[in-house]
Design a protein around this ligand. Structure first.
Ligand SMILES: [Zn+2]
Length: 333
């Protein structure tokens, strides 16, 4: 799973009160601002749990997370661009391709992705490898060969929507529900289609790309950026509850990360570009039955986003070198 453009600050330390101050109306007191009253606590660990209580409870009981810069833990993108297509491409292909992948345009991935490799290696039908995302461009990033996998990103018809009345309604409604920009779909639709697909087709590998954390940040709506994280926490709880109820999935591996960070300062937190300091910093959460580490984790050397695809291969028992010898090595978990 990815949460688009979530900074390490909000992930590990909760709300950034300096940013909240910049959003105050004239005469409005910080102590009365709803973001402050709902999410402030002087302790950063309590603060972050006010936003994502379920996520942090799972990190304590079943998972681990790297990237807390204030603890000297480092996870970064390898690509120099620090925006979405290069970030997702690095995650999906295991390599940063700075020259070939240098825009957010709707162009097909020039490189094979981990989704296509897994499908081929395990000789799976397309329902068994699925990518759902709120950002439409993700459908181009997820495949080199269009139609290789179940690919449902942005406002796109979910092809199995006729199997369930509720999903059929959501499928119709997504096209009548306007978002900030053309190529977006609300995360609630993405999540529900993904959940239905998971329960109905039991994929071996599934990706869910949530996007609203980034959209609201670009709009300068810090309150809704935080709300989008709260909504993700509910989605994660729903997903986790299903996985734990399933014999097939209760020991599955879950990776959660982001495609880029954002600016560190109150003046550039909305942005993420090659020249924005802070936007190179990301984070990585891992839940795996093979990993005993719990809570926060400080790797010996920085982890890069280009190590995620080989980690996925390894978790599925596949030889990542057969995919691409040049990709980042699996994360030492
Ligand atoms: Zn992004």
């Amino acid at each position: 799973m990815t949460l688009d453009g979530v900074r390490t600050q909000e992930m590990f330390e909760g709300i950034d009160v300096e940013i909240v101050k910049t959003t105050l109306e004239q005469g409005e007191k910080l102590e009365e601002h709803p973001v402050y009253t709902k999410y402030w606590d002087p302790n950063p660990e309590i603060r972050r749990e006010k936003i994502m209580p379920f996520f942090w409870s799972i990190m304590k009981s079943h998972g681990c997370i790297a990237g807390n810069r204030s603890q000297g833990s480092s996870v970064m993108v390898k690509n120099k661009h620090r925006f979405s297509y290069p970030g997702y491409s690095e995650i999906f292909t295991g390599e940063a391709h700075d020259d070939e992948v240098a825009s957010n345009d709707m162009v097909q991935s020039p490189f094979k992705t981990v989704f296509e490799f897994v499908k081929e290696e395990l000789k799976l039908p397309k329902e068994k490898v699925a990518a759902f995302a709120s950002w439409g461009v993700t459908s181009f990033i997820a495949e080199k060969v269009p139609g290789s996998i179940t690919n449902n990103c942005g406002n796109a018809k979910y092809e199995h929507s006729d199997k369930d009345e509720r999903v059929k309604l959501l499928n119709d409604m997504q096209f009548d529900t306007l978002t900030l920009w053309e190529e977006l779909r609300h995360d609630s639709f993405t999540h529900q289609f993904a959940m239905f697909h998971l329960k109905t087709f039991s994929p071996n590998l599934m990706y869910i790309g949530y996007g609203e954390t980034d959209d609201w940040a670009h709009e300068g709506r810090y309150d809704r950026t935080i709300d989008a994280l709260v909504i993700f926490d509910n989605c994660f709880k729903e997903l986790w509850t299903f996985l734990q109820s399933s014999e097939e999935y209760k020991d599955c591996t879950i990776l959660v990360t982001t495609d880029h960070g954002r600016g560190d300062k109150t003046t550039d937190w909305k942005d993420h570009e090659a020249w924005i300091d802070g936007a190179q910093h990301i984070w990585l959460a891992v839940v795996s039955p093979k990993v005993n580490r719990r809570g926060e984790w400080k790797p010996d050397v920085p982890i890069f986003a280009n190590q995620i695809a080989s980690t996925i291969c390894q978790e599925l028992g596949l030889d990542w070198k057969k995919f691409n010898e040049k990709m980042g090595h699996p994360v030492p978990l």
